[in-house]
Design a protein around this ligand. Sequence first.
Ligand code: SAM
Ligand code: GLN
Length: 290
Amino acid sequence: MVLAEGTRATARRVLCAAVRRLQEAGVPEPEASAEILLSELTGLRRGELYAGEFDLSRRQLERYAEWIAARERREPVQRILGYAYFRNLRLQLNEETLVPRPETESVVEAVLERVDRRGGSCRVLDLGTGSGAIAVSVAQERPRCRVYATDVSEAALRIARLNAAAAGVEVEFRRADLAAGLEDLVNGVDLLVSNPPYVPAGDIPRLMPEVRDWDPPRALDGGPDGLAFYRRIFSEAGRLLAPGAELVLEVGDGREGDVLRIGELYGYVARGVRTDLGSTPRAVLLSREV
Ligand code: SAM
Ligand code: GLN
């Protein structure tokens, strides 16, 4: 951090210098990034950082300067830290895992409501689990469920397993290309949840650098129209579903109608949508008739 020679490196001064640097580099929401990074570094709550009496050690100062430089290059805060907060969890990340998004927390809520309506114990399958955000949350928040989770990326599954262990929950992880090879689950899944890759391939170059340059392409690329994975889920995962099973699928902005229509074409019953904290439809709800 560029502080005048001889000035005390109080949290408040360091923070203001960092915000200025991020602002000049054109980083969106510079205060949020600077505050979160300093709060994680020092263990102080964000509100305490401006109180001004805490002095950073030399090592803390060096580290923070490296982090701010990384953020100037548009590395996301969660990648710099190596972890992300999601519901009650702190999830480790690696280069093969998507940074779990706050919007996806509402997808988990839709699953939990359905679990409760079914009496609290059912078999839940999370397709494309990434860091394990959805699967580990459901296992933690509804311990009577049996939770299965897949990903095509072995490296993502490694981290997801660590995240489940750290949360003290059991999730059965399987490496699978969508529903291939999950023979023991045929007709056995009560709730299928997925946040599949849904960005239309041609839109990827226009995404924010934090997403385009740092999230794994395999976690984003939803094919030419962004809907390729929904078609695959409807056609390939149907045989895993128990009669009366329900589906909760995260969708991109404005795509809820498209995904519900495709589901209906494959014989599922549209049950509505679930909005996220920003009131944007974020998940579609469907069921498989008995
Ligand atoms: N569920 C996580 C979350 O919400 O944060 C990650 C979602 S990310 C958008 C999609 C995930 O699907 C990635 O982890 C990716 O590796 C995985 N994936 C991509 N293609 C797949 C396939 N053919 N079969 C299984 N998983 C796949
Ligand atoms: N939510 C991601 C984004 O910010 C997309 C993730 C996905 O494809 N499911 O664009």
